[in-house]
Design a protein around this ligand. Structure first.
Ligand code: F6P
Length: 526
C-alpha cells in the first residue's frame, strides 16, 4: 500500500477511494485494494446478486427463510407514504401508530405528567432486556445522552439491566427511589430467561419498597410482540408498546425497543435518529456500487475475512460516547453472520463472520494496538471519529483526531530498518524490534458530528454492511439458531443445581461442575 501511495497515482488514490453519504465520509484508501480488486469485488457482488437480495429485503419478502419472515427494519424509520409491506401486508400505518404512542409516553414521562403511584414524577427509568432488547438502546442512550450535554435535557436518568447475575439488577436498584422509578420490560418474545427473572425480581422490589400492587401499573410498561405474555406478567396491555415478527432483535432499536431512547432524549430527537437511518436506507437502495457505503464496507469485510484470512476486525471509535458501539456490533455482525450453512442448506465453503472487537481510542492505543502494529495477525481496523468535537473542553479534539489519523498512517506506512537507522539508532540488535512492517489496512469513517441524525445514518450503515456480508456469503443473516442449544441445556442443569436429580446424562466434565456447584450451594445456601 505504501508503494501505491508513494507512486504516481498516490494523490488520486485518496480521492478515488473516498465516498460520502448522509453526512458520513468513508476514506477506504488505506486498504489492500486496487481498481482491479474493487472491480472484481463488485463482480462478486453482482454474481452473488447482492442488489437483488437487498431489493427482496426492501420489498418485505421472506428473506429470513428459516423462520419465513421478512426483515423489514427499514420500515421502522420510514414514513407511511414510503409504502413498505411485510409479506405483502402494508406496515406504515401500524409503525406510525406505535411511534405516536411512544411520542405521547416519552413526553408524558419527561414532562412529569406520567407519575408514579404516589403522584411523584419519574426521575429514573430502568430498561430490563438483553441482546437486541438492550445493546442498541443502551449504546444509543450512552452516545446521545452525552452528546446533548450543553443542550437542555429534561429527561430522567436511564439505567440498563441485562444480566441474570443478580448483581446487575441489585446494583442498579440500590440507588433508586421506587416511587420515582419506571421499568420498561423489553423483550420481543417476553419469554427470555434473563429478562423475565429480572422483571419478576424488580416487581418484588417495588412491592417491598411500599408500592401497592395496584400502583405497579404506574411503574411497569412493556415492549414486546407477545401480548398474551405481557398480560400474563400483569402489565396492562394499554401500557404495552408492540412491534412485529419482521423486526429482528438486533435490528430493533428503531422500533418500540427504542422507547428508552425516546424517553432519554425526547421523541423529536428520536425521530432525527430514524431520519438519519432512513437517509442511509435510501442511499443503500440507490447509490451505484462504487459510491455505496454499505456495499463497499461489506465487500471489504469479505475480502479480508474470506480471501485474506483475517479472523477479526477492530472497531476503534475515537469518540468516547460511542464506547458501546463495539458491543452492539458484536451482536449485529456475529449473531447475523456467524453461520456455516448457506441459505440452501449446503455447507459454506468460505470463512464467515470475523470476530468484531475494540474499544475507544485513544485508550486502545495504550493496550492492544501494539499487536495491531507489530503482531503476527492481520487485523483490519475501522477508525470512527467526528469532525465536530463532542466535548467543548478546549484542546482535546485536535489531540484526539491527530491520534486517530496517526494510527491509520502508522499502520499503513510502517517503518523500515533503513528508516530506523536514519532516525539515529546505532544498536543493530535493536533495529528489528523497531521495524513496523506496515501494509496494515484501515477504514476511516468521519461523522460531521455526533447527533441523532448522523448516529442513525451510521447505525443503518452498519446494519446494511452486515447484510451485504451475509448476501455475499449466501447465508441467512436474520436467524440465530446457534443461541438455542445452550438455552435448552441450561433448564435441566438449573433444576439439578436446585436439588432435582439429574434427568439427563452429562459429559463427565459438566457433571463434575454441577456437583461442585451443588456442594458449594449446600455450604453457603443461595
Ligand atoms: O438469545 C438471543 C436472542 O434471541 C437475541 O437474538 C435477542 O436479541 C435476545 O435473545 C433477546 O430476545 P428477546 O427480545 O425476545 O428477549
Amino acid at each position: 500500500m505504501r508503494d501505491w501511495f508513494d507512486g504516481p497515482h498516490g494523490a488520486a488514490r485518496a480521492e478515488r477511494f473516498t465516498a460520502e453519504a448522509c453526512g458520513l465520509t468513508l476514506d477506504y484508501a488505506k486498504n489492500r485494494i486496487t481498481d482491479e480488486t474493487l472491480a472484481l469485488l463488485f463482480a462478486l457482488a453482482a454474481q452473488a446478486r447482492v442488489a437483488e437480495r437487498r431489493d427482496s429485503m426492501y420489498a418485505g419478502e421472506p428473506v429470513n427463510v428459516t423462520e419465513h419472515r421478512a426483515a423489514l427494519h427499514i420500515a421502522l424509520r420510514a414514513y407511511p407514504e414510503d409504502g413498505y409491506r411485510a409479506l405483502g401486508v402494508p406496515v406504515g400505518a401500524q409503525v406510525a401508530e406505535v411511534l405516536a404512542q411512544m411520542a405521547r409516553f416519552a413526553e408524558a414521562v419527561r414532562s412529569g405528567a406520567w407519575t408514579g403511584f404516589d403522584g411523584r414524577a419519574i426521575t429514573d427509568v430502568v430498561n430490563i432486556g438483553i441482546g437486541g432488547s438492550d445493546l442498541g438502546p443502551r449504546m444509543v442512550c450512552r452516545a446521545l445522552a452525552t452528546a446533548q450535554a450543553g443542550t437542555h435535557n429534561t429527561g430522567p436518568r436511564m439505567h440498563f439491566v441485562a444480566n441474570v447475575d443478580g448483581s446487575d439488577l441489585a446494583r442498579t436498584l440500590s440507588g433508586l427511589d421506587a416511587a420515582a422509578t419506571l421499568v420498561i420490560v423489553c423483550s420481543k418474545t417476553f419469554t427470555t430467561l434473563e429478562t423475565m427473572a429480572n422483571a419478576r425480581t424488580a416487581r418484588d422490589w417495588f412491592l417491598h419498597q411500599g408500592v401497592s400492587r395496584a400502583g405497579l401499573a404506574r411503574h411497569f410498561v412493556a415492549v414486546s410482540t407477545n401480548r398474551e405474555a405481557v398480560a400474563g406478567f400483569g402489565i396492562d396491555p394499554a401500557n404495552m408498546f408492540p412491534f412485529w415478527d419482521w423486526v429482528g432483535g438486533r435490528f430493533s432499536l428503531w422500533s418500540a425497543v427504542g422507547l428508552s431512547i425516546a424517553v432519554a432524549i425526547g421523541f423529536d430527537r428520536f425521530r432525527q435518529l430514524l431520519d438519519g437511518a432512513r437517509a442511509m436506507d435510501l442511499h443503500f437502495a440507490s447509490a451505484p456500487p462504487p459510491r455505496n457505503l454499505p456495499m463497499i464496507l461489506g465487500l471489504l469485510d469479505v475480502w479480508y475475512r474470506s480471501f485474506l484470512g483475517a479472523g477479526s476486525r477492530c472497531v476503534a471509535p475515537y469518540c468516547e460516547p460511542l464506547e458501546l458501539l463495539p458491543s452492539f456490533l458484536q451482536q449485529l455482525e456475529m449473531e447475523s453472520n456467524g453461520k456455516s450453512v448457506r441459505l440452501d442448506g449446503g455447507a459454506l465453503a468460505a470463512d464467515s463472520a470475523a470476530v468484531v472487537w475494540g474499544t475507544t481510542g485513544t485508550n486502545g492505543q495504550h493496550a492492544y494496538f501494539q499487536m495491531m502494529h507489530q503482531g503476527s495477525q492481520l487485523v483490519p481496523v475501522d477508525f470512527i471519529a467526528t469532525l465536530a468535537p463532542v466535548s467543548d473542553l478546549p484542546g482535546h479534539h485536535t489531540k484526539l483526531l491527530a491520534n486517530c489519523f496517526a494510527q491509520g498512517e502508522a499502520l499503513l506506512r510502517g517503518r523500515s530498518a533503513d528508516e530506523v537507522r536514519a532516525e539515529g539508532v546505532r544498536d543493530e540488535t535493536l533495529v528489528p524490534h523497531l521495524v513496523f512492517a506496515g501494509n496494515r489496512p484501515s477504514n476511516t469513517l468521519l461523522l460531521q458530528r455526533l447527533d441523532p441524525y448522523h448516529l442513525g445514518a451510521l447505525l443503518a450503515l452498519c446494519e446494511h454492511r452486515t447484510f451485504v456480508q451475509g448476501a455475499l456469503w449466501q447465508i441467512n443473516s436474520f436467524d440465530q439458531w446457534g443461541v438455542e442449544l445452550g438455552k435448552k441445556l441450561a433448564a435441566p442443569i438449573q433444576q439439578e443445581l436446585e436439588g432435582t436429580p439429574a434427568a439427563a446424562a452429562h459429559d463427565a466434565s459438566t457433571a463434575a461442575l454441577i456437583r461442585r456447584a451443588r456442594a458449594a450451594r449446600a455450604t453457603v445456601p443461595y
